[in-house]
Design a protein around this ligand. Structure first.
Ligand code: SF4
Ligand code: SF4
Length: 269
């Protein structure tokens, strides 16, 4: 069991090292400029909550219980969401927008050209199917549905105010993920050497850790703002492509444990 933990940490480090295949020959380009742009998109005071929630988002598996689809009042859709869903439904963009969306009830720059799905208060989303269960368009659902619940403005504001990454008792996917993280933290408490190694890992300046943290933030931006906002940042960095979620989850789990574990300070020497 104890040996197993060290192996898991080593494996997470190897997963971080493997991300270097995305980096161009000669290293990342325009790094300072991209960091500045990232800071403009999400202010530094929201780190580390933004990245921690990005890691949780990558790890949680929505159980499609339908709570979000039944209870959320506004489901905003960007023009990219509309294009993707229309294609999936075999509809023209115009027909999709006429049949499934309506103007956003908020106005102004923050909303931009976004519209809302045609969901009335107290009714389920038109794409919710209790027989499935859940979303009929799960693979192409709107960005806000993909982002639920971690990378929402409300959650980030709450985390920053409370100075901690909160839980969502309403969400069974979150409950299972927290239980998995708590179980891992318990196992770490039985292995001081592995615990110390993990605590120091994400505080270190090892190149694979720096790269992972940058890519996690970038991935979070893709989830939060959409691919169209994140892809130009990846391009400026010279990345071969955006990292896939599957490439981030192993190290993402270790990062989430390191961020959420109440035990963290005891591991520092
Ligand atoms: S409450 Fe959680 S599991 Fe249920 S639909 Fe929302 S994100 Fe998915
Ligand atoms: S689009 Fe899908 S995930 Fe989003 S609210 Fe509607 S049914 Fe739920």
């Amino acid at each position: 069991m104890l040996f197993h933990l060290r192996e898991e940490i080593d494996s997470g480090v190897k997963a971080m090292q493997a991300l270097s295949k995305l980096v161009p020959e000669g290293g990342l380009k325009n790094l300072d400029l991209v960091k500045e742009e990232m800071d403009e998109l999400i202010s530094p005071e929201f780190e580390p909550y933004f990245s921690a929630n990005a890691a949780l988002h990558l790890l949680a598996v929505c159980e499609r219980c339908g709570r979000c689809c039944l209870e959320e009042k506004i489901i905003a859709v960007s023009i990219d969401d509309c294009r993707r869903i229309a294609r999936h439904q075999g509809l023209s963009l115009k027909k999709f927008m006429m049949d499934y969306t309506r103007p956003h009830e908020l106005k102004g720059d923050l909303v931009g050209s976004a519209r809302m799905l045609g969901k009335k208060e107290g009714e389920a989303c038109p794409f919710f199917d209790s027989g499935l269960p859940g979303c009929r368009i799960h693979s192409v659902k709107p960005q806000v549905c993909t982002a639920a619940l971690y990378l929402t403005k409300m959650n980030l504001l709450t985390c920053e105010e409370q100075q901690k990454v909160g839980t969502f008792p309403i969400c069974s996917a979150d409950e299972k993920l927290r239980a998995r993280i708590a179980d891992y933290a318990l196992r770490l408490n039985e292995d001081p050497a592995a615990k110390g190694e993990l605590v120091r890992l994400f505080d270190s300046t090892r190149p694979e850790v720096k790269l992972f943290r940058l890519l996690l933030r970038l991935k979070g931006m893709e989830i939060y703002f959409g691919r169209e906002r994140a892809a130009p940042l990846a391009w400026k960095l010279g990345l071969a492509r955006m990292p896939e979620a599957g490439e981030m989850v192993e190290a993402g789990f270790l990062y989430a444990v390191s961020m959420l574990g109440e035990w963290k300070d005891c591991g520092k020497s």
